[in-house]
Write a protein that binds this ligand. Sequence first.
Ligand SMILES: [Ca+2]
Ligand SMILES: [Ca+2]
Ligand SMILES: [Ca+2]
Length: 497
Amino acid sequence: MTRRLRRFALALALGLTGIGCSALPGIPSGSEKSFDARGSRSTALESWKDEVIYFVLLDRFANGNRHNDFNVQPKNPTGYHGGDLDGLISKLPYLDGLGVTTLWISPLVDNDDDQLAKTGLWGFHGYWAKDFEKVDEHLGDQAKVKELLDKAHARGMKVMLDIVANHGGYEYKHRDNPRYEAWFNAHGNISNWEDQWWLENGSLYGLPDFNQANPEVRKHMIEVWANWAKLGFDGFRVDTVKHVPKDFWADFNTQISQRTKSDFLLLGEVLHGNSGYVADYQRSGKFHSLFDFPLYYTLNDVFAKGASMRKLGDRFAQDAAYPDAELLSPFLDNHDVPRFLSQAGGDVSKLKLALACVLTVRGVPSLYYGTEVGMTGHQEPENRADMAWGQNPELTRHVQQLLKIRKDSVALRHGKQLEMWQDDEIYAYGRLTGKDEAMVVLNNSDRRQVREIPLRAESRLQDGTRLMDQLTGDVTVVTQRKIRATVPAKGALILKP
Ligand SMILES: [Ca+2]
Ligand SMILES: [Ca+2]
Ligand SMILES: [Ca+2]
């Protein structure tokens, strides 16, 4: 994806964030729907709630092999920088130690090579495929992919592949071949970003746009990506979902699911701020999971920009729009949006608070490489810079601590999320399973805050129960079915009996 395009897409999505943000009447805070009627695949997918995803942009993470540094230009922000599969493999102990459990890796397929001369840009990000059936020569080969999968799996980590079915790169191998003319849409660039037909059938910045109505294209996409899945991946992160018709996704997701293990996850990117719009891709598009872009905008408004914490309550009230909000993937930033710390004016305390939220709310959280060392970057490609190894050890320890707290609490991973308190400064929620409970109190103000917060009716905690803050070890006691929460400025309490 190009810089100009992404800016446009981002501006569009930002423009839509105000739509539908008010709470829905009659719907309780948090999703309290029961999904007992779901089949065995849904049961298998429940295990994803134990995962924390970490996104690695391979070219920018770690260079483990100098022999594949073809035309590498480390000082050119849009050039190849040399990162590869060997580099990622060498960092598995670091990632395991950090506490992340699933690696989402940027696309592996062979990408455009000589766009530098034409556009000043390289396909270092992996989203400009030349050939969907080969591994890019900068990253490694199929044996190296298998080695990554084996070594990650040996540590109990999963690996998710980033795939594209919307477009090829400028040098896509069949682009100018008359035999394949019917494979592509020929409507020119998207001319109306508020029209769904154009989003699906127009080109993104001149990239060849596949015509998924053509049965040959459909079959090819399913075959190609099913073959990649067979190597041993645990799921797909699917790119540019809103630019492809939903009926294709329903077919694709059904067929990929039929050919993969029961917990193979299909996680889609629908870059849009409206919960209802995004939710329909889980319903009609049959994605198991989607990135929680609507929550992303809210987290940025609230924690980076200082908006009222009530916006969090409004956002979670919209969980009812989704068939299963508990499988969404909440996140603070990624390679297509500004890094959170830049949005927050470099204030690490804001990032730490936002991390305490995103790693304790419902769903399968995603972290972007470098967040844990305090990387910044407003725009593409500055938000995709080389991993700044060891830049902020104190922040890294905070992330590690939060991940350990999450790992040690069934409630924080699987519990229903029930709102306990909201005002402009404070937002609090419980996470409850039948047997386990946790409570999170977040203070977005610049001063210490004290609140007496009533337990939810669903809570089984008795008066006199001692609750320990997992971050500091401080103890508070349940009294008259209330907790007295004293929260430091820009601080969080994560309470467990
Ligand atoms: Ca290399
Ligand atoms: Ca290439
Ligand atoms: Ca398209």
